[in-house]
Design a protein around this ligand. Structure first.
Ligand SMILES: [Zn+2]
Ligand SMILES: [Zn+2]
Ligand SMILES: [Zn+2]
Length: 157
């Protein structure tokens, strides 16, 4: 697996370093984790790595598009190695669990906006908010309807 990650880095013209390989491996095995979790998991493998180094690696890998950064509203940024398919996410409102969802119809149809206003679209953020099966089964009483309304993201003006 390490050689796969090496090949990915080389293909993206990113220098191969142990922290970069470690971050890719951690994210491959633990998708959708935040920076702190990446840091503690990488530390288990590379005890001398600094928090700043992990931040820098996440940034470099995101820029190189080897890692995708997602930031559900109200949550800290999460990272994953599944890139390039514009897949979507289910997010549990209760525990924050995140699951991958393929584009609903075929390959990344959400990248085709009904009116793109001349923008070149490379990503569409679709988040399905709800309650995960674990939280459903652990809540005996049905939660009353949230007064917060929807959590759909609107671009900040
Ligand atoms: Zn949950
Ligand atoms: Zn994902
Ligand atoms: Zn889609």
């Amino acid at each position: 697996m390490t050689s796969d990650f090496e090949a990915q880095l080389r293909k993206a013209s990113v220098r191969v370093t142990r922290p970069r390989l470690a971050v890719l491996a951690v994210l491959h095995n633990h998708p959708h984790i935040d920076t702190d979790t990446v840091f503690s998991l990488v530390r288990a493998d590379l005890p001398t790595v600094s928090r700043q180094a992990v931040y820098d690696v996440l940034h470099a890998l995101t820029v190189a598009r080897l890692v995708r950064r997602i930031e559900p509203a109200g949550a800290t940024a999460r990272y994953e190695t599944r890139v390039g398919d514009n897949h979507h996410h289910l997010v549990c409102r209760t525990c924050g669990a995140i699951a991958d969802v393929d584009c609903t119809v075929g390959h990344a149809p959400c990248l085709t906006a009904s009116n793109d206003h001349g923008y070149v679209v490379d990503e569409a953020e679709v988040v399905y908010w709800g309650t995960c099966p674990d939280c459903m089964s652990s809540s005996t009483a049905q939660q009353s309807t949230s007064s917060e309304g929807t959590h759909e993201r609107h671009p900040r003006q």
